[in-house]
Design a protein around this ligand. Structure first.
Ligand SMILES: Cc1ncc(C[n+]2csc(CCOP(=O)(O)OP(=O)(O)O)c2C)c(N)n1
Length: 698
């Protein structure tokens, strides 16, 4: 299939376009749609969702440069064909062939995706790609690129949070984004009058984005309008919203019966007046480009070409079960390195500041994005203070919207495969971003390794305070400010979750995490930001831990998915305590106190990376000690700690001489604000020591 010429200049007048080539692309889209609809009806594959009525999207893409980015949705077959010229791709995905360019047969048909052609991976979740598209626009603007991104969505999608996030990203930062609402009047059976009040164009203009209504049933009008909007965006005048009026010529999908919700009259009127292929054909005749007889001939040519392609596709391999775990997650291959810089005693906050500065030093495109991070204080906890001072412009303030923060950074990372950092002030507030985080973690799998979303998501977790409860004071937590958070991230396939316990680990792990192609949740415990090394009840610093408060200058990395083994005492270990974050310090204090009174040795296993976790080290520690305690500061419901406990029961059962113990925070929503209740809510060294005694007596 030949592809149309594209506009490459920034003129406000439509560039010369090969109208016949554009028409041919639209006919090919319609012919593909017709063929796949029939094949679905014949039971050749389970589902199809089509493009009939949306073919003028080819005209939109014809008005772009081939380096411009696309974020499409399932009606955009014509846009796919216009950009790629690939008629095989849609067939390969419909028939689930490993040769499929969008997900190697893994995703439903019509979910357009191609890194090579700069088409972001379409999600089934309506509009879920919106904030990622905003992130791409953010990165383009940051690099002063002349490229832009086109984001498309149906009228139903306009009502989603994701769409509204993109609108805000584009408006606040004046991003090079063309937002296209393909308004066919329906969201399955719901008319578009339910999706927004008033007038969409007026609404967009009121919010700071230039907008126009365009007749999407007219390919030439669509092309000319797109050229104007592209020119507007490239000349730095900001984003544009195009309200593209269309008609839906088929039912919503192969699962919907059109007659149950649309009247015969409305369907007939839509078919007669809103078919962009027929309308364009009439225009081509009127202009003398084609004759009536050409239409059927061109359709037949397209159909024959498609059937030849289909025959080939049917010979191609289908997925096999053995690949089901391919491309779930990317863990960077650690390259052994010895920290060479001079060591200084530092807090965890100091170490995080240093790590972020190292990343900025090494990657000119690195930035931290979040609420207040660009202020002289460097965010509410001061983690970006060094960036603000030493790397102006790299700590960037965001609007107060966590989904917006995550989407912006995730989309930025997709452009060049480099992780940038999103800061969420308190993990409790990640919840509006939950879908975006899940999508980010799914992209690698969904696209069969084609796309990835490198993303460092740093957030303060657990209660505040000035150190572990045992060695300082309680207080500083509260509802909305003190969730542990690991249960939210460790349950997401494709996500890496890290929770450091010491300044040394925080810096080395953060630097290594930035090398991952999978998104990373980096959980920073508020109690550890400024804490000192743990002490026993006599006030003696625990030697096994103290060294990790000395942090080398410069760049060094520590391996992910590698637990740290801390031995307290001498001789064979009698108990292994599996923990992470603040609980490592509590466990060390408990172990030291127990050893002080009873002798022997206890091993504290600091998981450091929670998901995936270091199964080998956990199994070895249990094998050696024959007794185990899992300690988590999560609530005792379905938690990550319960997962570890269950894994030990399942995999280490015959190594156990006593009941595998489990200690957690209480079954309450969160730690209360006042000190007595907060102390009662969390596990402390006292709880752990009591459990050690109980276990040893069993
Ligand atoms: C977030 C989300 N909610 C619900 C659905 C189920 N669903 C799939 S398509 C669709 C309608 C979308 O309508 P619109 O955005 O107008 O696009 P159209 O199909 O009309 O082109 C719905 C509700 C979904 N996929 N994602």
């Amino acid at each position: 299939m030949t592809i149309n010429t594209r506009t490459t200049e920034t003129s406000s007048i439509a560039q010369p376009l090969d109208y016949i080539a554009l028409y041919r692309t639209m006919v090919m889209a319609r012919a593909t749609n017709d063929l796949l609809k029939i094949r679905k009806t014949q039971g050749k594959f389970p589902f199809y969702i089509g493009c009939a009525g949306h073919e003028s999207m080819a005209a939109v893409v014809a008005a772009l440069d081939e380096n411009d980015w696309l974020s499409l949705y399932y009606r955009d077959l014509a846009a796919w064909l216009q950009r790629t010229g690939d008629i095989y791709g849609p067939l390969r995905e419909a028939y689930s062939r490993t040769t499929g360019p969008m997900g190697a047969g893994r995703n439903m048909p019509s979910h357009y995706s191609s890194k090579r052609y700069r088409i972001l991976p379409t999600f089934s979740e309506v509009a879920a790609l919106a904030s990622f598209a905003g992130g791409v626009g953010f990165s383009l603007q940051l690099h002063q690129s002349n490229e832009l991104i086109v984001y498309t969505v149906g009228d139903g999608g306009v009502a989603t949070n994701d769409f509204n996030v993109l609108f805000r990203q584009a408006a606040v930062h004046q991003l090079p984004v063309l937002i296209i609402v393909e308004d066919n009047g329906w969201a399955i059976t719901t008319p578009s009058t339910i999706q927004w009040g008033g007038n969409l164009v007026a609404w967009a203009r009121g919010g700071g984005i230039y907008a126009e209504e365009v007749d999407g049933t007219d390919a030439v009008a669509t092309y000319e309008a797109t050229c104007r909007f592209v020119s507007h965006i490239r000349s730095g005048q900001g984003p544009v919203l195009m309200h593209l009026r269309m008609g839906l010529l088929d039912a919503h999908s192969s699962s919907t019966d059109i007659k149950t919700y649309r009247t015969k009259e409305e369907i007939e009127l839509t078919t007669a007046t809103k078919d962009p292929v027929k309308n364009f054909a009439r225009w081509l005749v009127a202009q003398g480009y084609l004759q009536e007889a050409d239409f059927e001939r061109m359709y037949k040519v397209a159909r024959a070409e498609l059937e030849r392609a289909e025959n080939q596709v049917l010979q191609e391999p289908e997925p096999t079960a053995e690949r089901v775990l391919h491309h779930v997650i990317h863990i960077p291959q650690w390259q052994e390195n010895t920290p060479r810089g001079a060591k200084r005693q530092t807090t965890m906050l100091g170490a995080i500041n240093e790590a972020l500065a190292e990343l900025a030093q090494r990657d000119p495109g690195f930035f931290v994005y979040g609420q207040d991070v660009g202020s002289p204080k460097g965010g509410v906890f001061g983690a970006t203070a060094t960036l603000v001072t030493n790397f102006p412009g790299r700590a960037i303030n965001s609007p107060l919207n966590e989904q917006l923060i995550v989407g912006t950074v995730a989309g930025s990372g997709m452009i060049d495969g480099k992780a940038r950092c999103a800061e969420i002030q308190f993990v409790d507030y990640h919840q509006s971003a939950a879908q975006t985080i899940r999508m980010a973690a799914r992209v690698l799998y969904q696209s069969y390794g084609d796309w990835s979303v490198p993303l460092l998501l740093r957030t303060k977790t657990g209660s505040g305070g000035g150190g572990p409860i045992s060695s300082s004071t309680a207080g500083g937590g509260a509802f909305g400010h003190s969730n542990a958070g690991e249960q939210w991230f460790t349950s997401i396939p494709g996500m890496i979750t890290i929770c450091p316990a010491t300044p040394f680990d925080a810096k080395g792990l953060l630097l290594e995490a930035a090398r991952s192609q999978s998104p990373v949740a980096f959980l920073e415990r508020g109690r550890l930001y400024r804490s000192e090394p743990p002490k026993d009840s006599n006030g003696i610093v625990i030697a096994a831990m103290a060294q990790y408060w000395n942090v080398p200058d410069g760049y060094y990395t520590l391996p992910l998915v590698k637990a740290r083994r801390l031995r307290i005492g001498e001789g064979p270990t009698s108990v292994a305590i599996i923990c992470w974050g603040t609980m490592v310090l509590e466990a060390c204090t408990a172990a030291a106190d127990s050893i002080n009174s009873s002798g022997g040795a206890i091993e504290v296993v600091d998981l450091r990376t929670l998901a995936p976790f270091d199964e080998e080290t956990v199994a070895t520690a249990v094998h050696e000690a024959n007794r185990v305690i899992v300690v988590t500061e999560e609530s005792d419901l379905t938690s990550f700690g319960r997962h570890i406990h269950s894994w030990i029961v399942q995999n280490c059962f015959y190594d156990l001489d006593a009941t595998p113990a489990f200690i957690s925070a209480l079954k309450a929503p969160a730690a209360p604000y006042n000190a007595p209740e907060e102390t009662a809510f969390y596990p402390t060294a006292r709880t752990i020591e009591a459990k050690i005694e109980e276990l040893l007596a069993e």
